[in-house]
Structure formats: structure tokens, C-alpha cells
Write a protein that binds this ligand. Sequence first.
Ligand SMILES: [Zn+2]
Length: 331
Amino acid sequence: MESRKRKIILSIVTVLMLGGIIWGSIFGIIQDIRIRKDSGEYLQAVLENCSVYQNTYTEAMPQTITHDVIRNFFRSGYDHGGKTPKLLYIGYDGCQAVIPALHFDNEFGAIKETASQGGLYFTIAGGQKKGGQNTSTAPGWAAMFTGVWGTENGVTGNTNVLNEKTRSIIYTLGEQGFVSSFSVSWSVHIKLTYKKEIVAAAKNGLPLTYRLNQSDDGTFASMRARIEAGDDAIFGILECTDHTGHQSGFSRSNPAYVHAFLYGEECASALIDTVKSRPTYDREDWLIIITSDHGGYGLSHGGITIMERLTFFSINKDLSSLLPFYQPVKI
Ligand SMILES: [Zn+2]
């Protein structure tokens, strides 16, 4: 009797397990088909609207170039035409690369303005090889700020602290005496990723200001104040696109996501106007960069889809004079 009972229980468990495996496989296959379809449609939208980009998505540069472009601009040998080098660096967190292409001619036009003087380029997040690192926020910005991927700088996820041997460009500009600031509203930047740098900057008396704000409005106000205060390099990251993507979808057909992008453009445009209205503007050579750390898919990011990996890099200077040697990324 006991063994019969055991047999029945064993049969039920086996059926349930098999059912789970089959359902899991079917779910995985459906998911795979959906991702493939969405990726195909996304690339189609990119191809149809990529004329504003200087490169093709298959020639996208690794996002790590950002660090060297800024470093090269501030190098003593770079020709500023006798003017003082200055930097305005604006990040749109979680903004897909297709969005600036679809809304290039928007009413605020910050990306259009910078790109018209330099160029708009496809860049790639998430490692040198597909799946090399998470398409997450901290790894994205850290790759751009240090010029190396998370395997080297230590930031492979949102819970890591940056290695002290791979300092960010914000820190190294400070070491060179350039008065610089970093304004954000995502607390992880200040409380975790760059916390060792922030301590070292204070200890070494570097001219660096770190501002953790309540919201993008605070980040905008903080960046504007730092431009007016005369900082040499102003770094700031707006969260509007990432927040909205998580709430209602990282998608070109989500009006809220597009609206969030336009808010970023409005802020960036006002910051560029603040730069231009500086009393010493005529004697300053401004490098302006607008870029994103990763894209998104559905309500999230972190994965390897083209919607998450493909990012944009807008610059108001001729990139060829600033671009370092780099390893092309495999799509
Ligand atoms: Zn996010």
C-alpha cells in the first residue's frame, strides 16, 4: 500500500516537473521570437532614419571612446585657437539611439545643434563583445568616464565601486587643476560608484564639486549654476528617459518616453544657451557632448538586444581631431 502511494506521488511530481520544463521551453521560444521580431523592426526604424548619424550602426564605436575624446580635448597640445578649453557633458540616461534620429528636428534641438557643428554617432554599450557587460546605468557611465570596460574598472553592475586605479575623467581633470562638477539625481553615482573618488578628491583638495539632487530639475539647476560659476568641465546626467522607460516602456511608440526625451532636449538647449550667454564666451572653446549610457527594451534594460546596446554620441567638434584609436565593436 505504502509503495503504491509513493508511486502515485512520484508520478504526480514527474508530470508536474515535465509540465514545468515544457512550459518553460515554450515560454522561452515565444520570448525569443518576440525579441527577434522587435529587434528587426527596431533596426528597420534605425535604417530608415539614420541619415542624421555620421556612421552606420554596424560601425558603432564603443562608448569607452568618450573618456579619451574629453582627455584629448583638454591635453595641452590641442589647438583651442588661443581660447580656454571648457566642457559641457549632458547624459540622457536610458535613451535609445533611434529616438534622436526620429526627433532630430524637435523644437529644442540640442542634439541637432551640437551635431551640426560636429556629428552624431552610434555608440555601443554593454561591452566590447555582445553580453560582455550589463547594459546598466553604473557600468555604462563608468565605461564612458574611465575609457575601459567593467572588467577593468570594476563596475560591471549597479552595486560596484569604481577601482581606484581606473579614475574617471572627472577626477583626472580635477587632478590637472580643471575646476569640474558632476550633477546627478540617481544616488548610486555619489553613494556607491564614485564614492572612493569623492573621498580622495576631498582628501587631495581637488577642485571638484559633486551634487546629488532630488530630481532632473535639480540637476538642471545645479548644472546651470556651475556653468555660471565658471567651472571648466560641467558633467550632468538627466534621468527622465530612463525613469519613463521603466514606468511605461522604452519604445519609440511610447509618447511618454518621447516626451521625456524632449524634456532632456529642453534642459540641454537651455544649458547651451547658458554657456553662450557667459560674458567670457568669446574667449572660451566649448566642447559639448550629449550621450546616453544604454537604451532599453520593454520596461527594462541590462540585456543584449540592439534596443539596449545601441546608444548615441553627439559632439559639437570634429571627432577626427579628438578620436583615439579604438577597437571596433562587434554588433
Ligand atoms: Zn534604468
